[in-house]
Design a protein around this ligand. Structure first.
Ligand code: SAH
Length: 223
C-alpha cells in the first residue's frame, strides 16, 4: 500500500513540475527578455525548475543542437572569441578551447555572467562568434539581435539554432536578418527538430521596424 501511494505521489509531483515548466516556458516565449530577467531574479527556484523541464525536452531529441555548434567551433581557430547568449549549463564553453563569454539569467555554473541578453557587458566589436542556441526566447528579437550585432566584429559569425516549428517563413526571417546586418552564410533545415543558421555580420543593424522578424513561441503540450 505505502509503495502504491509513494508511486502515486511521485506521479502527482511529476505532473505539477510539468505544468509549472509549461507555464514558465510560455511566459519566456511571450514576454520580452526584460520580463524574463525580472521573473527569474524574483524567483531563482523557477529557473532551476525551468531547466529541469528543458533538459527533459531536449533529451528526447536525436541530437542536441549545442553539439552542432561545438562541432562547428572545433573546425575553426580556437583563438576566436565567442559569446554564448543564453548559455544554460555552459555545455558550449566546457566543450571548446575558445574563450567563451557565457550569459544567462541565473548562473547554472560559475562561469556565467548574469545579465539580460539584450544588454551584455561586452565592448562593441569585441567578439568573433555570437551564439544563440535555443535561446531566442524574448519577444524583443530586434533588440536582442541588435545587441549581438553590436558586440560582433565586422565579418564575425552569428550562429542561431532554433526549434524548427518556430519559423513561420524562413525566407522572410532571413530577409529580416539581412536588415539587421546579418548575411546568411549557410542554413541547415534538414532536421525536423531544429534549424541551424549561420550568418556573417556585414555592418550595423539598420534602424526602423523589421516586419518579418518573428518567431512563433515554442509551447509544449501536456503529455
Ligand atoms: N544554450 C543552452 C540553453 C538553452 S535554454 C543549450 O543549448 O543547452 C535557453 C536559455 O536562455 C536558458 O538558460 C534561459 O535562462 C536563457 N535565457 C532566456 N532569456 C534570457 C535573457 N533575457 N537573458 C539571458 N538568458 C536568457
Amino acid at each position: 500500500r505505502s509503495g502504491r501511494s509513494a508511486a502515486l505521489r511521485a506521479r502527482m509531483e511529476e505532473r505539477l513540475l510539468g505544468a509549472r515548466f509549461r507555464y514558465l516556458n510560455q511566459q519566456l516565449y511571450t514576454g520580452s527578455s526584460r520580463d524574463a530577467a525580472r521573473l527569474f531574479s524574483a524567483d531563482p527556484a523557477a529557473f532551476h525548475l525551468y531547466h529541469r523541464g528543458f533538459e527533459r525536452q531536449v533529451r528526447r531529441w536525436p541530437e542536441r543542437p549545442v553539439q552542432r555548434i561545438v562541432r562547428y567551433l572545433r573546425r575553426r581557430p580556437a583563438s576566436l572569441v565567442v559569446a554564448d547568449f543564453g548559455c544554460g549549463d555552459c555545455t558550449l564553453a566546457a566543450s571548446v578551447r575558445n574563450h567563451v563569454h557565457c550569459f544567462d539569467l541565473v548562473p547554472l555554473c560559475p562561469r556565467v555572467t548574469v545579465c539580460d541578453m539584450a544588454e551584455v557587458p561586452l565592448a562593441a566589436e569585441s567578439v568573433d562568434v555570437a551564439v544563440f542556441c535555443l535561446a531566442l526566447m524574448g519577444t524583443n528579437l530586434q533588440e536582442i539581435l541588435g545587441e549581438a550585432n553590436r558586440v560582433l566584429k565586422l565579418g564575425g559569425t552569428l550562429m542561431v539554432a532554433e526549434v524548427a516549428s518556430r519559423f513561420e517563413d524562413t525566407h522572410t526571417f532571413l530577409k529580416a536578418m539581412a536588415h539587421l546586418g546579418f548575411r546568411t552564410v549557410s542554413k541547415d533545415l534538414s532536421s525536423s527538430y531544429f534549424y541551424l543558421l549561420e550568418f556573417t555580420k556585414t555592418g550595423p543593424a539598420r534602424p526602423g521596424p523589421v516586419p518579418g522578424l518573428r518567431l512563433r513561441p515554442c509551447l509544449y503540450k501536456r503529455r
